[in-house]
Design a protein around this ligand. Structure first.
Ligand code: USQ
Length: 406
């Protein structure tokens, strides 16, 4: 297949491109390189040294003889360029990662809220609009989030996108119907993914676009089979308070002898998936498209759930790391349970990589190798969800005073 990977320079985008290219697909990256600009804005860098996208694709060609093409396009702003590219290149499938993906970054200030909404919602809508306008019947696979469901404990497992309900009619009957599971976003970032869902519903209904939405959990790990092939193919690996995600952060913190930064009681339960499984799921979704006229196909892309404090305690046992119990900068439930249906990917043949499989040590080894690149002052999460939380977060786990919370 000819596959356009929008956001192919990012944390999941890059290993996905390599995985799909390795499987024989003709891969085209469309990216505005915004993630690299955000690193510059925040004054942080990936723990792993990342080459330019052109250099990465050159190394891939040198190693495999396979070309990955790169096109510098901003989906949110360059609608006409995107439309022209789709009309000319006519990909069979499109994988859409091209959104700002960090909840703390989206909550930093009013400017960051505006940026996240404008960027994410426009990118998705421009793409859908351009697909209709060019008459392109490409299968669109979108990277959504488990966070669209929220994390409130309801005592029932979360279905894969749709909730069957009975509606009592005025005639006294109960009519069964499937509705989108009620959206319950916990950040501006998560809210944009909820808005995406409505755009998908409309375009699938009105224009018969073929759309798959992947509700992904928190990704951990860094290597995949392809990124291991050459040092310059290495994936990015975020550790800072905005873009680093919880399990990877704990592993990096353990590697550099920094106290594990648990927010609140650590009673938050979240869904997880290893990066290798993430790219496999995307391939499985591409191999199993909906047919024209179908409703949006929704998968829960996660393999296990864990409580934050259990992860911290497990890593502490494994490495001897200390745990810092910090005020939570976020507005979220202190404790929640989470049970999730994910049978669709398992039925398609996914064999999950679990935390027990020894890959935790591999991540710690990568972190130790590049520990010299860590700026410890960028580890604390200082982006506060509400103004009243801000004054509480004055010191980092090493006792140093934080300069600013915004
Ligand atoms: N947390 C800590 N300590 C830390 C960092 C986070 O206790 O040092 C806690 C947070 O308060 C939160 C949980 O860990 O309760 C998860 O935080 P996270 O930063 O790992 O994940 P999140 O902000 O939810 O976002 C990440 C990705 C996002 C993706 C989402 C999937 O950045 O792109 O959509 O995971 S999910 O969480 O299932 O919604």
């Amino acid at each position: 297949m000819k596959i356009a990977v929008l956001g192919g320079d990012g944390f999941i985008g890059w290993p996905t491109c390599l995985h799909l290219s390795d499987a024989g697909h003709d891969v085209h990256i469309l990216d505005n390189l915004s993630r690299r600009w955000i690193d510059t804005e925040l004054g942080v860098q990936s723990l792993t040294p990342m080459d330019s996208i052109q250099e990465r694709t050159r190394i891939w060609y040198q190693e495999t003889g396979r070309r990955i093409h790169f096109h510098l396009i901003d989906l949110a702003r360059d609608y006409e360029i995107l439309k022209g590219w789709l009309a000319a290149e006519r990909p069979d499938a499109i994988v859409h990662f091209a959104e700002q993906r960090a909840a703390p970054y989206s909550m930093k200030s009013d400017r960051h809220k505006n940026y996240t909404v404008n960027n994410n919602v426009n990118a998705t809508h421009n793409l859908l609009n351009a697909l209709v306008e060019t008459g392109l019947d490409a299968h669109l696979v979108h990277l959504g989030t488990m966070g669209v469901y929220g994390y409130s404990t309801v005592g029932a497992a979360i279905p894969e996108g749709y909730l069957p309900v009975g509606v009592d009619t005025m005639a006294g009957e109960t009519v069964k119907q499937d509705i989108l599971y009620p959206a319950n976003p916990g950040s501006i970032y998560h809210m944009t993914k909820c808005l995406d869902q409505l755009l998908f519903q409309f375009y699938a209904k009105n224009d018969s676009l073929r759309i798959t939405d992947l509700h992904q959990g928190i990704v951990w790990g860094t290597h995949t089979a392809q990124t291991r092939r050459h040092v310059q193919l290495i994936n990015r690996f975020d550790y800072d308070g905005d873009y680093g995600t919880v399990l990877n952060r704990f592993l990096i913190q353990a590697a550099i002898d920094y106290p594990l930064t648990v927010h609140g009681s650590g009673g938050q339960t979240r869904a997880f998936i290893h990066v290798q499984d993430s790219v496999r799921c995307i391939e499985l979704a591409l191999q199993n498209p909906p047919t024209r006229g179908d409703r949006v196909k929704i998968f829960n892309q996660m393999t296990e759930t864990h409580r934050v404090r259990d992860l911290a305690e497990m890593i502490s046992r494994l490495t001897g790391a200390r745990i810092a119990w910090l005020p939570n900068p976020r507005k979220e439930a202190a404790e929640n349970d989470l049970v999730v249906h994910n049978e669709q990917f398992l039925e398609l043949g996914l064999k999950p990589i679990t935390l027990e499989e020894g890959l935790l040590e591999e991540v710690i080894d990568v972190a130790k190798k590049y520990a010299y690149r860590v700026d410890r002052s960028r580890i604390p999460a200082v982006s506060a969800w509400t103004k009243d939380i801000a004054p509480v977060i004055e010191r980092d786990p090493e006792g140093k005073r934080l300069k600013s919370v915004s």
